[in-house]
Design a protein around this ligand. Structure first.
Ligand code: FES
Length: 386
């Protein structure tokens, strides 16, 4: 798409639109677990019918033709889709690098073998904690932890790198050493220690999940110590520590900029520039009605926050706007009620006090795990009705 103009400081108002390199296929909102930090929308139980296998085939083919290279299968729990191996096979046939993002619940040795046969490139298994009891409490399933351990080992036995993801928060971050020890014992290759990001159910439960600054700093220090130890021992395990932006003074360049690389298709076919955008008061297109070409280049939703022209102050005249694009639109909406505001994480935002207050609240929070609102159909329906 050509540039369409210049803003006052000579940045193009609408920069050339990039390719949708990353296609995230959220195959379903169904999930056997009920993590209280799930990023799925609160009203997931009221969403429409899931796309069929053939509809996904079309989405994948059109996006691939437009330059998409990475294909992630997520959910909900993608394993509940009976056609997952077929979808993987089609992804491989089209030339994608395919990635399965799963809780491991519902995975079996046979399924791993079938996915391998279909051409799956990469599997990431998420854990809730290093401790069986806490893990199962957070997951809402008594068997979750043992199953995850078995499947992590099975994934590796089938020749995949072992890629583990731990979402950390105030209830498990103090056990970061135990989490890392578990990963080392499992011979993990990559471990993402991702502090909770506050979207969807995590936003609803923020007071009960946000760690204190002291918790976070301790966890980061311990992770760095383990990194050094692992390296000295020649252990190839890579630890990736992701901090929550609530403790930053500048926002993240969310999605690398709106509509620049990421394209998410939700279970009912709504296409979004990020997993959180569904809640915004913006009309987003559906793949049942529009081609991927139209969705990416021409739809209102994908163009709404592209470029720099939509920005009010302080972003408009900020010399860092090319770096962070004003931060996260979904976070700006959730925290200020207006998606075009600067992300309040930014210390230049007039609303940065919201973040300071959240940090302060974290110092005094005392919610137990039992008091969190779990992500399940019943709670989602209650939220829809209210
Ligand atoms: Fe939607 Fe950041 S999650 S723009």
């Amino acid at each position: 798409m050509p540039n369409t103009g210049s803003s006052s400081n000579n940045l193009p108002a609408t920069p050339e639109v990039g390719l949708p390199l990353w296609l995230l296929a959220e195959l379903t909102y169904r999930c056997p677990l009920q993590c209280p930090y799930c990023s799925n929308p609160l009203d997931f139980a009221a969403q429409g019918q899931e796309l069929s296998t053939e509809q996904w085939f079309r989405v994948m083919a059109e996006a691939r033709e437009m330059g998409a290279a990475q294909l992630g299968f997520s959910g909900g729990e993608p394993l509940v889709r009976q056609d997952l191996a077929e979808l993987i096979g089609e992804g491989r046939r089209l030339g994608y690098y395919t990635n399965l993002i799963t809780s491991g619940i519902g995975l079996t040795e046979q399924k791993i073998a079938a996915f391998k046969e279909a051409g799956l490139d990469h599997i990431q298994i998420s854990f809730q904690a290093s401790d069986e009891q806490v893990n199962n409490l957070l997951a809402g399933s008594k068997k979750a932890f043992a199953q995850k351990l078995d499947m992590a080992r099975a994934v590796k036995a089938h020749g995949y790198p072992m890629v583990l993801n731990f979402v950390t928060h105030r209830h498990n971050i103090d056990k970061i050493d135990r989490i890392i020890e578990l990963c080392v014992a499992l011979e993990a290759d990559f471990v993402e220690l991702a502090t909770c990001q506050f979207y969807g159910w995590a936003h609803l439960n923020r007071v009960g999940l946000l760690p204190t600054r002291a918790q976070l700093e301790r966890a980061e220090r311990i992770t760095n110590e383990y990194r050094a130890k692992l390296q000295a021992a020649g252990n190839p395990c890579k630890l990736i520590f992701v901090t929550p932006d609530y403790y930053e003074e500048r926002p993240k360049a969310c999605m690398n900029g709106w509509g620049s690389v990421f394209l998410t298709v939700t279970p009912d076919g709504t296409a979004l520039p990020c997993h959180g955008a569904r809640q915004l008061p913006v009309q987003f297109p559906n793949v049942r009605e529009h081609s991927m070409q139209h969705i990416w280049y021409d739809s209102f939703g994908f163009n709404r926050f592209r470029g720099y022209d939509w920005m009010p102050e302080p972003c408009r005249s900020c010399d860092e706007k090319e770096k962070d694009f004003g931060g996260c639109r979904c976070q700006a909406f959730m925290l200020t009620g207006d998606a075009s505001n600067a992300d309040p994480v930014c210390a230049k935002s007039a609303e940065h006090g919201i973040i300071l207050k959240a940090r302060e609240d974290a110092e005094h929070a005392h919610q137990t795990i039992d008091e969190l609102t779990f992500r399940n159909e019943r709670n989602s329906r209650v939220i829809v009705r209210s």
